[in-house]
Design a binder for this molecule. Structure first.
Ligand code: ATP
Ligand code: MG
Length: 657
């Protein structure tokens, strides 16, 4: 069974697979190790990943990125307004969640973010199964540690819609730490752990995690984030700067034209990368708008001036994480950098400043460390792989409480309890006790709504006990409720039961020749299940099944379009190839009349290919045409091959030496 780990990035995603030699990051259909996190729609088909990137400039309105930022959000979420800065597609409300309105197969259609992510995960699945030559179902997906219950559940739903089974959603920095720790053979004893700070600045978000490593284990000590700090903020600052410059220089308002803005943004990202290694960089954008070729340049100094706001925020999460860990800077053994934006020298300088000038380490593969770690996590959960034992002690970022209505008999009693405080281990199970007579409801919520991303609802889940069995003594019944923060970082109500203690007399065994021991009383705990239902933000099974079917249909339709294109190309190639060879390689094996017939057929086929009908025909039409050409062409090819393959005479062989 395939072992797969995915780093689902805002800009790009990477896929790791476990092989017997170790973990490899695989390449996509155009041999790139990172696949653009984009889904696009066209008149005939969807384009996902690289093909979406290729057509982005001409079809930006129907191309959707930032998928990771959209999933699990409502359309009203204030952070969706922020995402709009970076998106050209139209966002809309789709059944209470955010989605996009696109033009697909010639009509307006809407898809929820969950569906869009499912499409994208389906593409990653295809890339992987193409590489491994086997079906892919199980995988581990890395997510930001700041993802809440609703975002995690939406991503799991998306995986199901894509026919995938996410064995674990792992916090991305924890994945990096796992990949770092599991390969180290020199880790200290637990009393004196090695403390490492991981700093990841990606395209949209920054995270800082402090981990204590010891022999065979890692423990997350502290986490802190800036959910709105990444390379795209740098790109945006550059875009505003050049748009202002071009207003005076060329008298054009780039910001008034999405297309021009898009072209400039592409140029800005390129310039940004050049500036990471040079003190000055040029900017050239051909026909940006009104047939103007815009050009400019930027010095490192001016550039850094534009980034003042971004740079001034880099130190904050580092300081927060440090404070929360309770460690001093001296106790941090190393600072490891991850994520594309840590390549910017000024960002590095800020990080270094915040860690008191400590050296920064780039021993990890900045772009691939998360995917590698997620793949290790998958291997650890897979029955087919043996990985060295390594315990991962992750923690919850947001505290969770349960709430209930006061009971009439005890109106002044508490009505809530923090079950999983911040820093609680993941996974973790807690058994809560309630004294009740009738059916009752419990709700799980995040404790601090204000610390959640954007407008995310603090509500997590509801538990409703249907009926509570009466207590044998007529008192309130003691109901135990098993609550779990699972491996995905998701809360679930797992079981509800009553316990009754019965005393049983043990019948002593008669042993020959010995006196029978006096009868003993033994306590037996009898568990009785309490029937209950739960509600969460996950999609109902029936909806998932429905979306899965829709997805499978779109996937099959895309495949048909690609196969049709492939057959059309095959026909075209046959026409040109055969025509050329008739005068050359096949010349000695074709009769004059036969040649005339075949050339005529080839000409007909060519004319048809460029006619309105042949331009856009069905797969079977292209296959049929090619087959009919081959009826005449194949005997010629056969004669040629027979001659080529015939045993050579000794003199011929000598001559060829
Ligand atoms: P996130 O982790 O926020 O979801 P991501 O994982 O897609 O995003 P990364 O792949 O870590 O992001 O980093 C991509 C960002 O790094 C982009 O903004 C890209 O422009 C930037 N980047 C990549 N190389 C360089 C470079 N040499 N100089 C400056 N920025 C760079
Ligand atoms: Mg990332």
């Amino acid at each position: 069974m395939a072992v797969v780990g995915v780093d689902f990035g805002t800009l790009h995603s990477k896929i790791g697979v476990a092989r017997h030699r170790g973990i490899d990051i695989i390449v996509n259909e155009v041999s790139n190790r990172a696949t653009p996190s984009l889904v696009a729609f066209g008149p005939k088909q969807r384009s996902i990943g690289e093909s979406a990137k290729t057509q982005e400039t001409s079809n930006f309105r129907n191309t959707i990125g930032c998928l990771k930022r959209l999933i699990g959000r409502t359309f009203q979420d204030p952070e969706i307004q922020i995402e709009k800065k970076y998106l050209n597609a139209t966002l809309v409300d789709v059944s209470g969640t955010v989605g996009a309105e696109v033009s697909y197969l010639g009509e307006k259609q809407t898809f929820s973010a969950t569906q869009l992510v499912a499409m994208y995960l389906g593409k990653l699945r295809d890339i992987t199964s193409n590489e491994l030559k086997t079906a892919v179902t199980d995988l581990v997906i890395a997510v930001p540690g700041w993802y809440t219950d609703v975002q995690r559940r939406a991503l799991l739903d998306a995986a199901s819609v894509a026919g995938l089974n996410a064995l674990r959603l792992i916090n991305d920095s924890t994945a990096v730490a796992l990949g770092y720790g599991i390969t180290k053979s020199d880790l200290p004893e637990p009393e004196n752990p090695r403390n490492v700070m991981f700093v990841d600045v990606g395209h949209s978000s920054m995270s800082v995690t402090i981990i204590a490593f010891a022999k065979g284990q890692l423990t997350v000590k502290a986490t802190a984030y800036d959910r709105h700090l990444g390379g795209r903020d740098v790109d945006y600052a550059l875009l505003q700067y050049f748009a202002a410059e071009f207003k005076t220089k060329y008298k054009i308002d780039v910001l008034s034209s999405p297309k021009a803005m898009f072209r400039l943004a592409v140029g800005c990202e390129r310039l940004k990368k050049v500036l990471s290694a040079n003190s000055e960089a040029p900017l050239n954008v051909e026909s940006i708008m009104n047939d103007i070729d815009a050009s400019s340049k930027l010095s490192r100094e001016t550039y850094e001036g534009l980034l003042t706001d971004v740079l001034s925020r880099v130190g904050t999460p580092i300081k927060q994480a440090l404070a929360e860990s309770g460690l001093t800077l001296e106790q941090i053994d190393s600072v490891e950098l991850v994520g594309g934006t840590t390549r910017i020298p000024a960002v590095r300088a800020q990080i270094q400043d915040a860690v008191g000038g400590k050296p920064l380490s780039t021993t990890l593969n900045q772009d691939e460390a998360i995917a590698r770690g997620a793949t290790f996590a998958c291997a650890m959960l897979s029955p087919t792989f043996r990985v060295r034992d390594f315990a991962v002690h992750d923690i919850a970022h947001y505290p969770i409480k349960v709430q209930w209505e006061p009971t009439p008999s005890d109106p002044d009693d508490d009505t809530e309890l923090v079950v999983f405080p911040r820093g609680n281990g993941i996974p973790s199970t807690k058994v809560l006790t309630f004294y009740r007579k009738d059916s009752f409801d419990i709700e799980a919520r995040y404790v601090n709504p204000t610390e959640l991303p954007g407008g995310i609802n603090p509500w997590i889940a509801r538990f409703s006990a249907k009926s509570v069995p009466p207590d044998s003594k007529g008192d309130l019944t003691c109901v135990k409720l098993k609550t779990r923060l699972n491996l995905h970082g998701i809360l679930s109500f797992e079981a509800a039961y009553t316990e009754e203690v019965e005393e049983k007399e043990e019948v002593p065994m008669e042993v020959d020749g010995a006196d029978a021991a006096p009868p003993k009383k033994k306590k037996v705990v009898k568990k009785k299940e309490v029937p209950f239902v739960t509600g969460t933000s996950s999609l109902d099974n029936s909806i998932v099944e429905n979306l899965k079917e829709q997805e499978a249909q779109m996937h099959a339709a895309d495949k048909l379009v690609m196969d049709t294109e492939d057959r059309k190309n095959a026909l075209e190639e046959y026409v040109y190839d055969t025509r050329g060879k008739l005068d050359d390689r096949y010349a000695a094996y074709v009769q004059a009349a036969e040649k005339v017939t075949l050339l005529g057929l080839l000409q007909d086929a060519e004319d048809w290919l460029y006619s309105e009908e042949g331009e856009d025909a069905t797969k079977s039409a292209y296959v049929g045409k090619l087959d009919s050409l081959k009826v005449v062409g194949d005997p010629i090819v056969l004669r040629y091959r027979q001659y080529e393959d015939r045993p050579r005479s000794i003199s011929e062989l000598r001559a060829s030496l």
